[in-house]
Design a protein around this ligand. Structure first.
Ligand code: AMP
Ligand code: ZN
Length: 468
């Protein structure tokens, strides 16, 4: 079986050959724990969980090591701690924020059907390792101290910018931000910065301070996976600067040609064509979505699109996903032996192994479920064989408890759309007041297309519900 993966580093789909098939190693950048994760943040968690499951299937569970870090030192965390716990000492307040958020993140990931990674290290546990790396970078001439910071000198690395395909000269010529006076090059980035007395900090050779964001992942990946490992993943927005800088640091410290052989990036989850993000304010938390929808539906909806493509997160998509899962549930059998029938699952696994093509793999499931129902009672033995194959495949995608999913979390199913629906209803009321019946009907149709039906009440208000 050949696994092929799209590699951001080479911009090609390549056959995956692990450095050591008895120790296949993957690192995925995890959350910065200052606030609940939104449903866009769930995408890399789910996508790389599917890859983890596939790797475990191909190489054996004991031969795969998956690390996903938790960033628990960041200025956003400090700000949140000051806001939420103004009466506590800062260290204690920070711990409260990070504990609460990390626990919520882990609960969210579990509800979405994700296996726990083998290691979930926290940045604050590896400060000494980061300090050691920064010292090496200074000794080797890749970093310098200036303006209360230690900075990485991007010009010291011949092929800096390879992952994100940026040339140093372009960055200089096109730099719109004024070069901060203490930097040798506008692209130089922080490895360590000094903390004020009120800010959290650790003692270091350069004074009491805290690490930059990128160095955390360099230290933690080295600790668990070594100087060079197989796969490094995250969302598209991490290619630059985070991953570019991570790999620059790691390669310069260790004197290696690569940090990871394969770099994989998932596309964005979007709302009406825009990336879901905290800064745009167009987000719903995973927790909110899970109040309204079972985790399986959310997971399935995510997997219907190839990980490299953008996904538009819609109510209609969630409804379709639920319908499909209900139809799959009919044939999902929990009693089967998970080791039996794998040879018949070849086609499914081959499909998934083509750069984690989950939509094509789901199409295989549709075909199979069609074949099972067509067989009916005609051939018990053949039907059982197909059901085994089908159930194994469903489980490999991470739906371990599909038999029970319909009992879970069916709320009003609208959280993504509250604001949009309210806006449309207001616009429709205005259209009706202006006797613009055409516009009013158009809005009714638009809502219907979203799965929302409306009813005009006698008192002039409009009520609405989601059609099931
Ligand atoms: P952050 O907490 O912003 O560092 O994001 C954590 C992970 O979620 C990173 O891998 C990001 O690339 C990813 N991510 C953030 N927003 C989105 C989005 N809208 N769609 C897909 N992935 C995202
Ligand atoms: Zn990282």
């Amino acid at each position: 079986m050949t696994l092929r993966l799209c590699n951001t580093l080479t911009r090609r789909k390549e056959e995956f050959t692990p450095l050591d098939p008895k120790n296949v190693r993957m690192y995925v950048c995890g959350p910065t724990v200052y606030d609940f994760a939104h449903i866009g943040n769930a995408r890399p968690v789910i996508v790389f969980d599917v890859l983890y499951r596939l790797l475990r299937h191909l190489y054996g569970p004991e031969h795969v090591k998956y690390v996903r870090n938790i960033t628990d030192v960041d200025d956003k965390i400090n700000a949140r701690a000051l806001r939420d716990y103004p009466d506590l000492p800062l260290n204690e307040a920070i711990r409260k924020v990070t504990e609460k958020t990390a626990n919520q993140f882990q609960a969210d990931a579990k509800a979405l059907g994700c296996l726990e990674p083998n290691f979930e290290p926290r940045a604050t546990e590896f400060i000494a390792e980061m300090i050691a790396m920064i010292s090496t970078l200074i000794t080797k001439g890749h970093a310098y101290q200036a303006g209360g910071e230690v900075l990485f000198n991007v010009a010291s690395m011949a092929d800096y910018g390879k992952l994100s395909n940026r040339k140093l000269e372009d960055q200089q010529a096109g730099a719109r931000v004024a070069v901060e006076a203490h930097k040798k090059n506008p692209g130089d980035f922080v490895l360590w910065k000094l903390s004020s007395a009120e800010e959290p900090g650790w003692d270091s050779p350069w004074g009491r301070g805290r690490p930059g964001w990128h160095i955390e992942c360099s230290a933690m990946s080295k600790q668990y996976l070594g100087e060079v490992f197989d796969i490094h993943g995250g969302g598209l927005d991490l290619i630059f600067p985070h991953h570019e800088n991570e790999l620059a640091q790691s390669r310069c410290v260790h004197g290696t040609d690569v940090m990871a052989n394969v770099w994989m990036h998932n596309g964005f989850l979007q709302v009406e064509g825009q990336k879901m993000s905290k800064s745009l304010g167009n987000f719903v938390t995973i927790d909110d979505v899970l109040r309204d929808w079972p985790g399986e539906v959310v997971r399935f909806n995510m997997l219907r699109t190839h990980y490299g493509q953008p996904i538009d997160w819609t109510l209609q998509g969630l409804q379709e996903s639920r319908k499909t899962l209900l139809s799959f549930q009919r044939w999902y059998n929990t009693d089967i032996d998970p080791t039996y029938g794998h040879e018949q699952s070849q086609h499914f696994i081959e499909t998934l192994s083509d750069d984690l093509n989950t939509p094509a793999a789901i199409a295989v499931l549709h075909k199979l479920s069609g074949a099972i129902s067509e067989l009916g009672q005609k051939d018990d033995f053949e039907q059982h064989r197909l059901i085994t194959h089908f159930s194994n495949a469903v489980r490999l995608l991470g739906f371990d408890n599909l038999d029970k999913f319909h009992h879970r979390g069916m709320g009003n199913q609208i959280s993504v759309y509250n604001t949009k629906i309210d806006g449309l209803l207001t616009a429709r009321l205005a259209a009706r007041a202006a006797k613009d019946w055409k516009e009013s009907d158009r809005i009714r149709d638009e809502l219907a297309a979203m799965g929302v039906s409306i009813k005009d009440n006698k008192d002039g208000t409009t009520s609405w519900e989601v059609k099931r």
